[in-house]
Design a protein around this ligand. Structure first.
Ligand SMILES: C[S@@+](CC[C@H](N)C(=O)[O-])C[C@H]1O[C@@H](n2cnc3c(N)ncnc32)[C@H](O)[C@@H]1O
Ligand code: SF4
Length: 453
């Protein structure tokens, strides 16, 4: 029996929001001192020219969605807000003491958990607190994630006044059966309301997150969800493949069985159908799993080959240094990664002793830096090339391993470049895996990654 390309290539694999991927970080060689030296060097190289980025993780959610793979803490008790904001500002002040000059901030992204769990005044205290110690760069871009069930007009307005112009709302799927299974009842009118408010206030990029492959999700559900989405015309869309990773401690993926999940070709069909409908409504696919209207900055940056991929997914531009604040946040100095503790109590405890709450990381060597660039090229531009700078000694083996993918017409290998074909788009993660030397040297012994398709 002939197996389909989806069956052939649907294997566990990283999402490549970093290279090396987190399970392959060399924690033995990493120290806090090395991280400090690394971000200081990166700051000196980039602050005055482009500025830096801040990712701020706001972990609280009022209710647990059972599909969610994010680092979150479920509570209805809002007294946690002040304590958390003060801790984040303390962490920021520790960074600023270590930076050799006043930081210039080009990007801020508030992610979660649920940033809109926080009151208007706490969000304001957070942003004002950050700018007590920093300046805004020219053409700054601030964005946040909003939950349609609890985002208020006042939050949208305040964040707009503080400089935010981009917001993404978690939609997932509109079907009741799916919403029940993922424990997230969210009627269409909630999403419509926050989308209209954001437009009315003046946000220039409104995004919706949709997921294919959720429990009980059918083709009709995807058609309906995309049609409803089209009626609201968000500027961009993340169309994620559901990542089923129940082995990750505390992520709460339960309330449905494996058999309830659409798999392989059935799951792929959900994606292909969604993609066709989006294309018919003027959306262009950019990178992996993202779509944008031609007027959106992500589409423009994809065309100009300026798109970047990091732990939050895609961004329209890149800064060399990204400092991650808050529990579980990951920072990136380009030369190294550092991750904060994922445990809230430990986060507070370490900050109390006036230390950065970094607990692990990775210092990239020359080989890592070259492969990182190839993987970024593949995930952002769907092609990569190797001249003197990006050649590495294992390249002939990598090309040999890619031969089969070329025979399946998913890539074209030219003299010094490879290009992913239109048919190869769903397989970008598999193509990146051929370049992933850490993965090649040591395949995982336990479940680490979600399926690639
Ligand atoms: C932090 S949430 C967005 C903000 C807010 N908490 C909400 O739910 O609306 C980020 C997004 O990650 C995506 N996501 C979370 N878990 C996922 C999973 N297991 N597979 C695929 N996407 C996932 C969802 O689309 C979600 O909207
Ligand atoms: S999807 Fe959003 S609201 Fe739901 S648990 Fe995850 S972070 Fe919280």
């Amino acid at each position: 029996m002939k197996i389909s390309l989806t069956q052939k290539y649907n294997v566990p694999g990283p999402r490549y929001t970093s290279y090396p991927t987190v399970p392959y970080w060399n924690e033995i060689d990493f120290t806090l001192e090395k991280w400090i030296t690394s971000f200081q060097k990166s700051f000196l190289e980039s602050n005055t020219e482009n500025g830096i980025s801040l990712y701020i993780h706001l972990p609280f959610c009022e209710s647990m969605c059972t599909f969610c793979g994010c680092n979150k803490r479920i509570t209805k008790n809002h007294s946690v807000e002040d304590v958390y904001i003060n801790a984040v500002l303390k962490e920021w002040s520790l960074y600023c003491e270590l930076l050799p000059a006043k930081p210039l901030i080009k990007e801020i992204h508030l992610g979660g958990g649920t940033p809109t769990f926080f009151s208007v005044s706490n969000l304001e205290n957070l942003i004002n607190g950050i700018f007590k110690l920093a300046d805004k760069a020219e053409n700054y871009e601030f964005s946040f994630e909003g939950h349609p069930n609890n985002t208020t007009y006042e939050q949208l307005k305040k964040l707009y006044d503080l400089g935010f112009r981009r917001v993404s709302f978690g939609v997932q799927d509109y079907a009741e059966k799916v919403q029940k299974a993922i424990h997230r009842i969210q009627p269409f009118h909630n999403v419509a309301k926050v989308t209209f408010w954001a437009k009315e206030i003046g946000y220039t990029s409104i995004g919706h997150d949709i997921i294919f492959g959720l429990p009980f999700q059918t083709l009709e559900n995807i058609v309906d969800t995309i049609e409803k989405t089209n009626s609201l015309k968000p500027d961009r869309l993340a169309f994620y493949s559901y990542a089923h990773v129940p082995w990750i401690k505390g992520n709460g993926q339960r309330g449905f069985n494996e058999e309830n999940l659409p798999k392989d070709s059935e799951k792929r069909m959900l994606y292909e159908t969604g993609k066709k409908l989006l294309a018919a409504n003027g959306y262009h696919e950019v990178g992996m799993d993202h779509f944008a209207l031609p007027s959106d900055s992500l589409f423009k940056s994809a065309i100009n080959k300026k798109m970047h991929r990091n732990f939050m997914g895609y961004s329209a531009s890149k800064t060399q240094l990204m400092i991650g604040l808050g529990v579980s946040s990951i920072s990136d100095s380009w030369y190294s990664f550092a991750q904060n503790t994922k445990a809230l109590e430990e986060y507070y405890k370490i900050l109390k002793s006036n230390q950065l709450p970094v607990v692990k990381g990775h210092i990239l060597n020359n080989e890592d830096l070259i492969i990182r660039k190839h993987i970024l090229n593949l995930t952002c531009e769907l092609e990569t090339s190797w001249d003197k700078d990006l050649y590495f000694k294992e390249l002939p083996e990598v090309l040999l391993a890619l031969k089969e993918i070329e025979n399946d017409e998913l890539i074209k290998i030219e003299e010094n470049r490879i290009k992913i074909t239109e048919a190869g788009r769903p397989f970008v993660r598999n193509i990146c895996m051929a370049f992933d030397l850490h993965l090649k040297r040591k395949s995982p012994e336990t479940n680490l990654f979600s399926m690639t398709i």
